[in-house]
Ligand binder design. Structure first.
Ligand SMILES: NC(=O)c1ccc[n+]([C@@H]2O[C@H](COP(=O)([O-])OP(=O)(O)OC[C@H]3O[C@@H](n4cnc5c(N)ncnc54)[C@H](O)[C@@H]3O)[C@@H](O)[C@H]2O)c1
Length: 369
């Protein structure tokens, strides 16, 4: 088991990373006295897979609220339904919410915790790779609005992030890959050795190893290392910039073009990680165009993404349409588009003066029409 502290003064908390440890959560909640009444918010699939194991650890079985699966349910109407549920069962200031699921559940349940009775305790129990390495850490909670994703939300830190790496063994391959894009991102923005480690282990980073018990065990050991290293990097960045005033922006590496592609394809053709993989490729090529990054490093990034089954090219998207959401992207400050660009593997800079000509040239090179 690994424990990583997120140092945020009175809002500090631990990220606890283990394997097959879900049944231990109840004991921890009791020992730490995080809440008198406990409520689990999850979706039907995760509840079927892991709900009983989590509930088993509690002396008094926590009530469980299910919300339907999918990004489109991360909205205010569903949040309101959860407020109704919590009010109906008499949840109060010293109640505790457990967000059991992927990033959608984490963001939504975290937002409900942030706002119900002006804020009650909650714990993130992320069950997707993306949520374990990224979404569950850092206290960004929120819901979508018809005008934009994550438009409504709050920075509200959990009491703990409790990770059972074993849960990723039931993820579909595409969901595992979407998390891997964020893992690779950490290597590029912060840690060249971690990037090298991922290159060396790339052939193991897929769902195949989960198919039989022997290989599954070895694979989960490797995943535990990967989740721990990623969580350390995210925690360090959040500590330095809790509310994304500056440094935390480097976490947006690959997200400028990535978000544009996602919103243009209405979050369907590409999932988040796939769009970020294309966005990271574009950012690396822009950096290379500016002579910040070597061609060899661009090649290494592309090869790693490729080996892990993540796209590095855009299919069938017109250049003009990719550029227009870029202007609306939340990373636009004062009318300028911010690009997070690698100078070498493990180090990035933020630039707001990348020329449109270079952006267009790179987008064309990766397949925009
Ligand atoms: N708060 C943040 O800092 C932050 C950061 C990144 C992303 N996000 C948000 O995270 C969301 C995406 O999260 P996600 O990629 O985890 O997707 P998700 O939450 O939609 O989960 C993907 C699917 O996997 C299923 N699932 C979850 N765990 C499983 C398991 N162990 N086995 C089998 N199936 C499982 C879920 O039922 C769901 O259908 C987006 O809404 C995004 O905005 C938030």
């Amino acid at each position: 088991m690994a424990k990583i502290k997120v140092e945020l003064k009175e809002r500090s908390y631990d990220i606890i990373i283990g394997c097959d440890n879900l049944a231990e959560l109840g004991g921890l909640v009791r020992d730490e006295q995080w809440g008198r009444d406990v409520f689990i918010i999850t979706d039907p699939l995760i509840n079927d897979l892991y709900g009983d194991t989590v509930r088993k650890g509690f002396k008094t079985k926590p009530k469980t609220f299910e919300i339907p699966r999918g990004e489109r349910y991360k909205n205010l109407r569903v949040a309101e339904k959860l407020y109704d549920d919590l009010a109906r069962v008499g949840a109060h200031r010293d109640s505790l919410i457990i967000a059991l699921g992927g990033g959608v559940i984490g963001d939504l349940a975290g937002f409900v915790a942030a706002t119900y009775m002006r804020g009650i305790n909650y714990i993130q129990v992320p069950t997707t790779l993306l949520a374990q390495v990224d979404a569950a850490i850092g206290g960004k909670t929120g819901v979508n609005h018809p005008k934009a994703k994550n438009l409504i939300g709050a920075f509200y830190q959990p009491k703990a992030v409790f990770i059972d790496v074993g849960t990723i063994a039931t993820l579909p391959a595409r969901e595992l890959r979407t998390g891997l894009a964020e893992v690779i991102k950490y290597g590029v923005i912060e840690d060249a050795d971690f990037f090298k480690f991922l290159e060396a282990n790339a052939h193991h980073l897929n769902t195949k190893a989960f198919e039989n018990e022997d290989t599954k065990r070895a694979a989960l050991k490797l995943w535990q290392t990967i989740v721990t290293e990623s969580a350390k990097i995210k925690a360090k960045i959040v500590e330095k910039d809790e509310k994304e005033a500056g440094l935390r922006m480097i976490l947006n590496f690959g997200h400028t073009v990535g978000h544009a592609i996602e919103s243009l394809t209405r979050y369907r053709a590409y999932n988040h990680g796939e769009a970020v993989a294309i966005g990271m490729t574009a950012a690396a090529m822009i950096a290379s165009g500016l002579k910040l990054l070597s061609a060899d490093d661009v090649k290494r990034l592309k090869e790693l993404l490729d080996k892990l089954g993540l796209p590095t090219e855009i299919k069938d998207l017109p250049l003009k349409k990719i550029l227009s959401p870029l202007e609306l992207d939340k990373k636009v400050i004062g009318g300028k588009v911010n690009f997070v660009l690698p100078e070498k593997l493990g180090k990035v800079v933020i630039k707001d003066d990348v020329s449109l000509t270079l952006v267009k040239q790179v987008l064309k090179e990766i397949g925009a029409k």
